[in-house]
Design a protein around this ligand. Structure first.
Ligand SMILES: C[S@@+](CC[C@H](N)C(=O)[O-])C[C@H]1O[C@@H](n2cnc3c(N)ncnc32)[C@H](O)[C@@H]1O
Length: 370
């Protein structure tokens, strides 16, 4: 157990909370990779499922004070899902992370463009991180330098309201700022609200935000279907997750420059979670491409190449065989480091689980030399 525990710590350093030194799971996809890792460990024996004991029904007569879940039309599952959603979504982006990524793109791409920040990007009176989102602050501060035509920021009125702004939106132009005028009663600030969709389709040129993790699938679908340029933060595992792989395969999205490991929670405390920038803005000369090791198969050290039970080659540590013509399996890192820009393509929109000696290994993606 001790060996497995220490291997897990080595494998998932980014999932650990520094203060308590505990493994920190922030969502289902990462939890799944952790379980995959344990299953594929050499000391793994078997998986045991524990059936919870059936609870006896105890009838008690209590004075009724609050409406039951049934009366509120909710199930226990609804409550759990709501709690999970709130917990997962309230990761606020730090100003320095927005600045670090946006400054990687040539300033001309923003010129005369309308930027739309559509997921809880509040603009408060103090215009500081106390009441405004880092996205709003960055684009307001750099409005003139980037030559923006317009900045539209909408705020989502969810269960948690870090910015205490209510559902509203602000429109910035060279002439000044105004609150969205046509905001009808009942506007929630949701990215799928008809008003938000109208802005997306009719006004926005570039969408830039950190959308809710729990709604990432819907968010990506809405933005990619709109055909607009985007630069967003999402879960680092999206590149190897079935729901998103086809976007990378069809060149509708690719990794941005940086990963994003630190956020602020609603109490303004730093919290760690594994995010990455994703975009469809052109990227030239990706600095991380130099982390890829494109070498002939024979030069890949044995410990970083394996054939699975079906004869599929799996490579690790960013080694990429440049003389191998069949599809082979890679983890998220080569994809985030730009392997698809180096003459390789994704061959299947399904993610791939290799089996070695009958044991399932990490989730990967199959790629092939063009
Ligand atoms: C990861 S946080 C990022 C907030 C802000 N964009 C930032 O970067 O600091 C995602 C935010 O989206 C909000 N949200 C949840 N559901 C939403 C929806 N349907 N439409 C828009 N925003 C939503 C959440 O309340 C949460 O504040």
């Amino acid at each position: 157990m001790r060996e497995i525990e220490s291997d897990i710590k080595l494998q998932f350093p980014h999932l650990r909370e520094q203060s308590s030194r505990e493994i920190y799971f922030f969502n289902r996809a990462l939890f799944d990779s952790y379980v995959d890792f344990i299953r594929s460990h050499k000391h793994f024996k078997s998986e045991v499922f524990i059936k919870p004991e059936e609870k006896k029904t105890v009838v008690r007569i209590v004075k009724k004070t609050t409406p039951s879940l049934k009366e509120r039309g909710m199930s226990r599952k609804d409550v759990m899902q709501r709690a999970k959603k709130v917990e997962n979504d309230e990761f606020y982006t730090r100003y320095e992370d927005v600045e670090k990524e946006v400054s990687m793109y040539p300033a001309e791409i923003w010129k005369d463009k309308c930027v739309f920040c559509n997921c809880d990007d509040a603009v408060g009176e103090t215009r500081t991180e106390k009441d405004s989102s880092a996205f709003a602050l960055y684009f307001i501060k750099n409005f003139i330098r980037l030559g923006l035509k317009k900045l539209i920021c909408t705020h989502y009125s969810g269960q948690m309201d870090l910015f205490m702004a209510g559902a509203k939106g602000y429109v910035f132009t060279k002439k000044g700022v105004q609150e969205m005028t046509k905001t009808p009663r009942g506007y929630t600030g949701c990215f799928e609200d008809p008003i938000s969709l109208e802005i997306l389709h009719k006004e926005a040129d570039i969408v830039c935000t950190n959308p809710p993790f729990s709604r990432a699938r819907d968010y990506w679908r809405v933005v990619i279907e709109s055909g607009k340029k985007f630069l967003v933060i999402s879960n680092i595992t999206n590149v190897v997750t079935h729901a998103f792989v086809s976007y990378f395969m069809n060149k509708q999205a690719w990794a941005g420059f940086n990963r994003v490991d630190w956020y602020l929670n609603p109490k303004r405390e730093p919290v760690e979670a594994a995010g990455h920038w994703f975009t469809n803005l052109p990227i030239k000369d990706r600095p991380k491409a130099k982390l890829l090791k494109l070498v002939p198969l024979e030069e890949i050290p044995e410990r970083f190449k394996k054939f699975d039970d079906n004869g599929v080659l799996c490579v690790d540590n960013c080694f990429i065989p440049n003389n191998y013509d069949k599809p082979f399996a890679v983890s998220a890192h080569p994809l985030l480091n730009g392997v698809l820009e180096k003459g390789f393509r994704i061959t299947s929109a399904e993610h791939f689980f290799p089996y070695v000696d009958g044991k399932q290994k990490f989730r990967r993606i199959l790629i092939q030399r063009l």
